[in-house]
Design a protein. Structure first.
Length: 256
């Protein structure tokens, strides 16, 4: 099964929305997907109907108290399981240093989780800055999925991710697969197509063929604590995320 880190060094690009709806697209094929909210802002956690509020039931307890990941999960209908964020996660960078043990902590924790819980995909909602938390996700991931919100600043953030991944290759001793996903794709704006073309020139075939169009259902569904499929199954937004799942699966980047 696949571990996917959804990451861009810019906020507001559709990371959380992509984690939520990609997990929901996978769910009918494999109900064991684990989603991890690794952003101290906790936007993914806030979408869950009844999230854990205690720091001891959050991802921070995995770092602070060595709690196993399996003890922190929360069932989530039509998605799988969630490990909640907490604002205390902001302390991880300053408290635990940046040595190999902390950078590989999530990877080792997920290896234990997979042995205990069986095969399922893991999708990680990363924080929008490069630090210990984001590096944990990168070190654990088989695939980095980088949303680009069809604007120049989002593209610059994605280029920073690419530079980071290239710099990490000697440490990781491999090239981590990555895909760049255009989100907030508005066909009425010329800039949308300009950014898409620049992304293709810079990242080549690693830009997804699927684009996530600007869509009311995608934007509104989190307000009602729903995936786009629960909110409006036949919407263009739902079709886009099904297309993304199909594309990644056809390339062997997601297994079910």
């Amino acid at each position: 099964m696949t571990r996917i880190a959804v990451f861009n060094q810019k906020g507001g690009v559709g990371k959380t929305t992509t984690v939520l709806n990609l997990a929901a697209a996978i769910y009918p094929h494999n109900q064991k997907t684990l989603v991890i909210d690794m952003d101290p802002q906790g936007h993914l956690t806030q979408i869950h109907p009844t999230p854990h509020s205690s720091v001891n039931q959050s991802l921070f307890s995995f770092y602070q108290n060595n709690r196993p990941l399996s003890s922190l999960t929360l069932d989530w209908n039509d998605i799988g399981k969630l490990i909640c964020s907490h604002k205390e996660l902001i302390k991880v960078d300053s408290v635990f240093g940046k040595g190999p043990a902390i950078l590989n902590k999530l990877k080792h924790g997920l290896e234990t989780y997979d042995r205990e819980q069986g095969s399922g995909n893991t999708i990680i909602d990363c924080c929008p800055y490069l630090g210990v938390l984001s590096l944990n996700a990168v070190f654990a991931a088989d695939l980095i999925l980088v949303p680009i919100a069809s604007d120049y600043l989002s593209l610059q953030g994605a280029q920073k991710v690419e530079h980071t991944l290239k710099a990490l290759e000697p440490v990781l001793k491999k090239r981590v697969s990555r895909r760049y996903l255009m989100t907030c794709f508005d066909r009425r704006r010329g800039m949308t197509f300009e950014v898409f073309q620049q992304a293709r020139e810079y990242f080549g075939d690693e830009v997804c063929k699927t684009v996530i169009s600007e869509n009311v259902a995608v934007a509104e569904s989190p307000q009602y604590k729903q995936t786009v499929f629960q909110y409006s199954r036949n919407s263009n937004g739902a079709m886009d995320y099904l297309s993304l799942f199909d594309e990644l699966r056809s390339e062997g980047l997601i297994t079910v």
